[in-house]
Design a binder for this molecule. Sequence first.
Ligand SMILES: [Fe+2]
Length: 329
Amino acid sequence: MKLNEQEMVRVSKELFTDGLPLASEVYTRLPSGQFILVGRKDDKSNLSALHLMKDDQSELYVSSEDYSKVVKHNVSLIEKTLKNESVSPLLKMNLLKGVAESAMSDIVKKEVFVGSYERCKQVVSFVQESVAQLKNFEKFIDVFSKMPGDQVSHSLATSIVSLMICERMDITMKSTIEKIVMGAFLHDIGLKEIPRELLEKPRLQWTEEELHYYESHTLRGVEILRDIKEIPSDVLSIVLEHHENALGLGYPRRIRDIKINPLARIVAVAECFVELIYDSNKENIRRTPEEAISYIENVMGQPFNKPAFLALKNVIHTTHMQKKLRAVG
Ligand SMILES: [Fe+2]
């Protein structure tokens, strides 16, 4: 059977832990563009066999059909490993990197942005670099390990969207970008204290009390991170203010644009966009990136910081045009 590019999803090598069974067939791509099988489902993973080319350039692929199976398998693996106290923090960090890169493949598949695989790598290394600098590294990993598995995807997607907004807004200072990426990554850490049943329930069915309880995740997030001394105050502001909006209709403090931390303004719009394309509100509506933009503008009345929203709209528009051109050509 000849496999073609459209049917394959590129995945991170870190997805495959030596000695563990493969969740699906794994392929590599030859310079000629042909895909060849390098690992069968249920076989024990053998990294040296998978890295056929013996260099970091070799790319691994799974079929589109198997893709979500592979990611789910890995997220459950990472959840177990992160909670295991006998595993070293460094190994945990490596596993985290693998899951992070794979979670990002989700957004690559959605074709939100052109070249998003490279973006994904960039975001993951930003997060990794910032985390590695923390003296309280173990404490961070401990906090992170309690994050629900599917939250990892959401957090990373928010980081990558925030990064794209920064680029379009010409925000280039590395320290600022690092804070935004880290804040976007950690913004929902407070959700780990909200019962899973509530998070699974469609938002339209929440009682007022449940809504207030959910909204407390912003403050809870700050409480959790305060213990980690080196977390910059801008990152704490992002966690606290990621549900505020320019019109003063957000929470927890209903502050207007001028009072919202400038970095939080960017993460707030990125967060909302990701919620819409991932159906985080459990409405059973998965929007395309273009539909999400139109929803923010026409249904929500564009309540976010204008420059940040326009930057995102521009990115999505450019990608949409490139997709169209590709389809025609
Ligand atoms: Fe949130």
